[in-house]
Design a protein around this ligand. Sequence first.
Ligand code: PSU
Ligand code: MN
Length: 332
Amino acid sequence: MASYSSSSLSRISTLQNHISPLEANNKLRSLVKISPQVSEAIASGRAVVALESTIISHGMPYPQNLQTAKEVESIVRENGAVPATIAILNGVPCIGLNEEELERLASLGKSVQKTAGRDIPHVVATRGDGATTVSATLFFASMVGIQVFVTGGIGGVHRHANHTMDISSDLTALGRTPIAVISAGVKSILDIPKTLEYLETQEVYVAAYKSDEFPAFFTEKSGCKAPSRVDSPEDCARVIDANMKLNRKAGILFAVPIPKQHSAAGNLIESATQRALTEAREQNVTGNAETPFLLSRVNELTEGTSLAANIALVKNNALIGSQIAVALSQLV
Ligand code: PSU
Ligand code: MN
């Protein structure tokens, strides 16, 4: 449906039709590697879903991380969208990984650099392997014009941030990147009320999916009312479309509660979280090591219960994110 004539008129209509700004900037294209499937999908206006890779390298142990990454990609495909897992391999930002690349990333695990936005130039310059967090994934997804991005949980304002200043760059990246992120809310390892306040400051539109309450990752409820509510993929698509047409710079967060049958273990996971937080303080684990430490420790303490719940909610987010991406592609 899209044609890439060089006339300025057709360029404007291309942009209005949600086609990649990359088409208007071939210089950027030479800096990243886009897989053939993703490239074709972007060019033809098909639904694309970006996926981050820190969740693979640092968020889950091998081999469940590989298995989950593959299943998440399958769910996206089965629901009519094209998955674009994003990572930096040998210094090259890759949008869409093949099976071999996915395997490499998953098996390298935590030896891959956790790459937030600030780390991108270093990983590229040193030709390193980097697993992108939400902030870095937003940067590359936006560069190629992807509008929907699925993850498990985003980073946020850490507890005690008033002393440590530890506020994830995921939040500021969302504040300047007009992409819709689908997550299960944020973990209770974070300060959820402060995270919501910070998202408001950053002008990020936040809505809970089919709920009035903002979810807390492993549990459906956080005790915080969600700023807004959406009830269908079409609702979400219309919000994304309005955000884009208005040329707003800020992003969107759709918070999808964990499916009921997997939230039963929520209280068990919550008490393990409290213990892991105490251990992190005792062992002086800070900065970008804190989130991976807490995720691994909670998984150990719950003997895998938290991992099973984590996998289930990521898959559910992939399902809903794909439906949103398809609804969006049908709007235009
Ligand atoms: N929260 C989770 N699972 C994760 C992460 C966060 O429940 O895997 C990862 C994501 O990649 C997120 C990053 O972008 O951690 C945030 O790290 P930090 O808190 O250091 O900003
Ligand atoms: Mn941090």
